[in-house]
Structure formats: C-alpha cells, structure tokens
Design a protein around this ligand. Structure first.
Ligand SMILES: [Fe+2]
Length: 213
C-alpha cells in the first residue's frame, strides 16, 4: 500500500524503457535541428529548451508516446499503490551534465507523481518523507538550515519512484553524468479535491499541449 512514496522496480521492462529513451533523444535532436533552421518554432507542441525549472534542457509536456505510457502505467500504479487514480499529464526530460533540480513541491495536478528512469547515466533523486517545508527561495535554491537530508533513491532503467509530489519536497543534486532520460507521469486521486478540475490536467483529452485548457 502506498504511504507517501515507494519504488516500483521494473515498472516497465528494459526494452520498452530503452526504446522510449532512444525515441526521445531522436526527437530532441530532430526538433533542435528544426528550431535552429527555422523549419518550425517552439509553439508548445514539440518540446522546449525554455522550461524555467531546467533551462536549456530538452523538456516536453504531453509527448504522445509519454501520454500513452501515462495510460499504460495506470493499472500498474493502481495495483502497486492500492490507489484509485486518474491521469493528469506527462512530462519528459533529457537531462544533461550540470543540471540540478531544486528542492520543491509540485502543483496540485501532481498529487501522485512518478518519475520513471528511461535510460542514460545514473542520477539519484532525493525525497524528504517528513513533508516539512524547507524551501525559502526555490529559484535560487535557498533552503532552511537544518533541513532534513532526505532519502536518496537510485532508479535503474525501467524503475519508477511514486511519491506525493504536492506533500513531499524532492530534488536532485548537480548531475555529473552526460545524459539522463526521465518521464514524470502524474496522477490525481479519483475522488480527491482536484479530480474534476485536474483530469487530463484540465485538457479535453490526453496528448494535447498545455495551452489547450
Ligand atoms: Fe516535482
């Protein structure tokens, strides 16, 4: 049963994770080519390098493959957590060397958050199971002195960390590897306070960009 956070080992098998990882890197490179050569531009449908949380790193809201994974993982999530859930949205990133994820809590569409390791170099995520608020300034990464150190979680390819994203602070230290693909699959409690508003993150259906709300 779910209690704040848990790891689902081999939530997807290596072959599928690796396939999605390679797909996402190919997409990143092709989209980068198209943006640089003015074949198309960043209109919110093909991913971006302008995400405020991790600037200059390829990030993608609601890539159709990741949204398909969001649906595929729903029964796995229900089985492992015992929770009844609705999908909200997916978000994928290809992290690069030097990236940091500042300590933070998530917005209400991320009641039940997951991060699934698609591939690349290992990179731990930290999670503070106490639920305390220790962030003084997220953008500048200023944390209260004596903040809990958190629990270090290492995910192998295909493993998934499930956590209460709105309640528990989570973060990553500066990345020393070269590449790390992660997809965040977000869910809400089916009868939770945000369920009506947050189904599909407020979009008419999955697969649509975030501006279609
Ligand atoms: Fe988060």
């Amino acid at each position: 049963m779910f209690d704040k956070y848990q790891v689902i080992k081999k939530a997807v098998n290596y072959e599928l994770a690796n396939f999605v990882f390679n797909y996402f890197l190919l997409k990143r490179d092709a989209v980068n080519f198209m943006y640089r050569n003015n074949i198309t531009y960043d209109n919110g449908t093909l991913g971006t390098w302008s995400d405020e949380q991790i600037p200059n790193t390829y990030s993608h809201y609601a890539d159709p493959v990741m949204e398909t994974l969001l649906i595929k993982m729903l029964p796995v999530m229900k089985e492992h957590t015992g929770l009844d859930l609705i999908p909200t949205y997916s978000y994928a990133r290809a992290y690069k060397k030097g990236d940091t994820l500042h300590r933070h809590k998530d917005r209400p569409s991320c009641e039940i958050s997951t991060t699934l390791n698609l591939g690349g170099d290992p990179w731990p995520i930290f999670i503070d199971g106490t639920g305390a608020d220790n962030v003084l300034d997220e953008r500048r990464n200023i944390i209260k002195p004596n903040a809990p150190e958190g629990t270090k979680v290492m995910l192998e390819v295909g493993d998934m960390l499930v956590y209460s994203g709105c309640d528990l602070e989570h973060w990553r230290e500066p990345f020393e590897g070269n590449i790390c693909g992660q997809v965040f699959l977000h869910y809400n409690h089916v009868n939770g306070p945000f369920a009506d508003k947050n189904k599909f993150d407020g979009r008419p259906m999955l697969g649509l960009p975030s501006f279609v709300k």
